[in-house]
Design a protein. Structure first.
Length: 240
């Protein structure tokens, strides 16, 4: 009798769990493992701005199914028959041995997971242009839930009366909405001629008109040259 197929997936946010579910349908007897370095998994990054603004009250709501069941490791084990190793980082791939080395981020222990198929589903990184001043303390990016936690904490403390958002794509627009809803004065800076450049210019122009009507300062065809800080390492000015 042949051994069951061993499928290891690195990444447990969006593409990884979908790949695991598809693999389970195609290979019912396979042993499937998801490796995810963060705590929470199987959520949409597009929901993070709504968590930051408070529309989504608890971070666990980002992991819930439409009927409110939490998609945690126990859910994947009992409902999907998929093993999840969260708070576990993939550190090396041994292609010859067909093994993935992982490290438990809580204990620091490492081990090797043998695989027949290895799927890398770690997602993309936000563009981090080499703008002088990028290292200042309150220049933040948004990809992971931990980033959203920090942004939400800043919002709750009321330390974001004025916000500059660099990039007028989908997440930039959602963050503009989130900060505006929370009473911040928002400027959005986009290097291209229009925000939401995946839309036709006429559609983008309608969005820009609405944003200006609700008080957002929209700067298109504008490049950020540098960010300037104060004596405490806090950004105080964006120079375009």
């Amino acid at each position: 009798m042949a051994e069951p197929l061993r499928i290891v997936i690195v990444g447990g946010v969006a593409a990884g769990p979908k790949a695991a579910a598809r693999a389970r349908r195609l290979a019912p007897d396979a042993h499937i493992t998801i490796v995810e370095k963060d705590e929470i998994l199987s959520y949409s990054g597009c929901g993070l701005p709504y968590y930051i603004s408070g529309m989504v009250e608890e971070r666990t709501e980002l992991m819930a199914t439409p009927i409110g069941v939490l998609r945690d490791p126990e859910f994947f084990a009992t409902v999907k028959d998929i093993e999840v190793l969260n708070r576990t980082e993939a550190v090396a791939i041994d292609r010859e041995a067909m093994e993935l080395e992982v490290r438990d981020l809580l204990s620091g222990q490492t081990r090797r997971l043998p695989y027949d198929r290895l799927i890398i589903a770690t997602g993309a990184e936000p563009l981090d242009p080499p703008i002088p001043g990028r290292e200042l303390e309150n220049v933040l990016s948004l990809k992971r839930v931990e980033d959203a936690d920090r942004l939400r904490a800043e919002m709750l403390k009321g330390t974001c009366p004025m916000v500059a958002i660099i990039g007028g794509g989908l997440i930039g627009m959602e963050m503009t909405e989130a900060f505006t809803e929370c009473g911040s004065a928002v400027s959005i800076i986009e290097m291209l001629p229009h925000v939401l450049p995946m839309l036709d210019p006429e559609m983008s122009a309608l969005v820009e008109q609405h944003m200006r009507e609700v008080g957002v300062k929209v700067l298109t065809s504008t490049r950020v040259e540098r960010m300037e800080g104060d004596g405490n390492g806090q950004v105080v000015k964006v120079v375009t």
